[in-house]
Design a binder for this molecule. Structure first.
Ligand SMILES: Nc1ncnc2c1ncn2[C@@H]1O[C@H](COP(=O)(O)OP(=O)(O)OP(=O)(O)O)[C@@H](O)[C@H]1O
Ligand SMILES: [Mg+2]
Length: 608
């Protein structure tokens, strides 16, 4: 097997725009504003807990100098009780803080996750053409979590660090300015280290987020293609592909950890040197009787309270860099333009919708330069059936996908009852169009839920009616749980013909005046075929329908037939007219023994 056999999906880690740490913090803080009370309570508890911790060195000094130094046994027990009381309060406030903080942070993450998901659903189809689902999933789940870490630990550690650094600094300088000066010696080194870490961490985190996305994207793709993997015996091949992605994930995570393993102990060591220096100079001061032993011990304890938050600042920095990499990817989704934002053009279609559809000189191009549709003109009268035929890749699906505005046209205009769809609200537009696609998608729920998707307010009676009209009532009756049978992911537990009929029932229930039908090419047995055909006829009757037809039997019934080739309509008319025109269609139809029109194309234009 050559390396060409490797599938390369379109960039699974569609890179996000770089953003500064400041921008990420600003964006994240907008999510905090509804919870000012909780944020304040978190910080207040942190500060209270800290103040209680400040009592410890002071009490220790008192015990060493005044109680032990003076041999005052009666004061020992009260002093210890006071000490324990201070610790109790410290931990009590800490416990309250953790609880408040959890609520705070879960609220924020809940809001953020919902917003990302809501935005995802409102992004244009074009957006998804370029992205892997696994990548988007990673953003909603993992990257939001990276931002969450910043909120959980970040807010608390940040405030505690700042309060304690400045608080302790004041105490240190007030008790012994010389020693305090000595304690500051490691600070420039700590600052340099933090700067190095900050400047380099982002690159490492971004790599890791991308590696994680790539791995998830592959996993998602493979889970959906599990039958193909088995059918082609590609398990080992896929193991290899996954190993590559997992390896990239392992390497990028190790890179982060390696940097951290070097950075964090180094910073601790530099701080320890500070402690050593203080003990050295302070020890001299004690021996020179410029300072009491208790004062020195208290000073050292305060010093620990000073260096510890500084090392927490490193942790905070790490979190911040991780959140920045994740935040970039989350905000990338939030900043993508939704389909149709302009409010002034958001008119509903005037009711009742008759369903007259007109394409005038419509042009359309996908991302590349090759036009997919050129000068499309067509009129479909209310209730008429339009059949689209043409070789594969001619642009049939593209043409019908423009009607519900899955894609926006690049030129020309499409109108429904005379109103341009570009001035029509997407909600009203799509409410009036039913789409039965080539490969019907069923959600992982029950048969009933899948039919009811066409009209969430439908009664059981109406669902039953639709199921009967779609000829799926009989087979549903034979399922173990009837309408409550779970269909499995994408409806895997049903046959293609069954899925099709459920999707027809769903469209019937939606009961919209316009219908788009991408007829399935999959052959089913003649009996099922007849059932589906019958269901489709019921579905089409009284609706303006666009049918991408493959069966000549369907096409013959159409009010107009449009023959597409290379993005243009090359012939139009009803069956009899087209036969008279002596063009491509007439030659197709004359070929005997074809059920599917594609067979005709193949016979007329052999591959190549
Ligand atoms: N999402 C997309 N992004 C870019 N190009 C696309 C996309 N979908 C289709 N195309 C291209 O546009 C052209 C028309 O495709 P379309 O799906 O409309 O063909 P079709 O007539 O429906 O074919 P078939 O009968 O096989 O379904 C093809 O060349 C196809 O490669
Ligand atoms: Mg198609």
């Amino acid at each position: 097997m050559s390396s060409h056999a490797h599938l390369t999906e379109n960039d699974p880690t569609f890179s996000a725009r770089k953003r500064s740490t400041g921008e990420i913090i600003r964006r994240v803080s907008t999510y905090l504003s509804p919870y000012k009370g909780l944020a304040f309570a978190t910080v207040a508890c942190a500060v209270l807990s800290l103040l209680c911790a400040f009592a410890f060195p002071r009490l220790t000094q008192y015990i060493i100098d005044d109680v032990i130094g003076n041999g005052d046994t009666s004061q020992l027990t009260p002093a210890i009780l006071l000490l324990i009381g201070a610790f109790f309060l410290r931990d009590f406030f800490n416990s309250v803080r953790i609880q408040v903080n959890n609520h705070f942070e879960q609220n924020v993450v809940f809001d953020m996750r919902r917003e990302v998901y809501a935005r995802l659903q409102r992004l244009p189809v074009r957006y998804y053409d370029k992205r892997a689902s696994g990548d988007l999933m990673t953003r909603v789940i993992e990257d939001v979590n990276a931002v969450e870490r910043l909120l959980i630990d970040g807010t608390e550690q940040g405030t505690v660090a700042i309060v304690s650094i400045f608080g302790v600094l004041a105490i240190l300088f007030a008790t012994n300015p010389v020693l305090a000066g000595v304690a500051m010696i490691p600070i420039p080194l700590l600052a340099l280290g933090a700067m190095w870490y900050t400047l380099t961490a982002h690159k490492r985190y971004r790599k890791q987020r991308q590696a994680s996305s790539a791995m998830n994207a592959l996993l998602m793709d493979n889970l959906q293609g599990i039958r193909e993997i088995k059918a082609y015996g590609r398990e080992q091949h896929e193991d290899g592909r996954f190993t590559d992605r997992a390896e990239a994930m392992r390497q990028s995570t190790l890179t982060i950890m390696r940097a951290w393993a070097f950075y964090n102990p180094s910073m601790n060591f530099i701080a320890a040197i500070g402690t050593g220096l203080v003990l050295w100079i302070g020890g001299g001061q004690v021996m020179a009787e410029q300072m009491s032993v208790g004062e020195l011990v208290a000073f050292l304890f305060y010093l620990a309270l000073f260096y510890e938050p500084i090392s927490k600042l490193h942790g905070l920095n790490q979190m911040l860099q991780s959140a920045r990499a994740g935040g970039e990817r989350v905000f990338d989704i939030l900043d993508s333009t939704e389909e149709r934002k302009t409010a002034e053009t958001n008119q509903p279609l005037p009711a009742p919708v008759r369903g007259e559809v007109e394409y005038r000189n419509v042009q359309f191009t996908y991302a590349d330069d090759k036009p997919a549709l050129i000068n499309i003109d067509l009129t479909a009268k209310p209730g008429q059936m339009t059949a689209l035929v043409g070789p594969t890749g001619a642009g049939k699906s593209t043409l019908v996908n423009l009607l519900p505005a899955f894609y926006e046209t690049n030129g020309g205009d499409i109108t429904i009852d005379g109103q341009s769809i570009s001035n029509t609200s997407l909600q009203s537009l799509r409410q009036n169009i039913s789409v039965v696609s080539q490969e019907p998608f069923l959600f992982n729920g029950t048969v009933r839920e899948n039919i009811a998707y066409g009209n969430l307010d439908a009664s059981d009676e109406e669902i039953l009616e639709a199921a009967k009209a779609a000829n799926c009532h009989d087979f549903i009756g034979e399922l173990t749980d009837g309408f409550d049978t779970k269909v499995g992911e994408r409806g895997v537990r049903l046959s293609v013909g069954e899925k099709q009929r459920i999707s027809i029932a769903r469209a019937l229930l939606k009961d919209s005046p316009i219908l788009i039908l991408d007829e399935a090419t999959a052959s089913v047995d003649t009996a099922t075929e007849r059932l589906i055909q019958q269901a489709l006829e019921r579905l089409m009757s009284g609706r303006t329908s666009f049918v991408i037809a493959h069966r000549l039997s369907t096409i013959r019934n159409a009010d107009q037939i449009l023959v597409l080739k290379n993005g243009s309509i090359i012939e139009r008319g009803n069956h009899d007219e087209l036969i008279e025109q002596q063009g491509l269609y007439s030659r197709l139809a004359r070929i005997q023994n074809t059920t599917f029109i594609e067979e005709g194309f193949e016979k007329l234009e052999p591959a190549g």
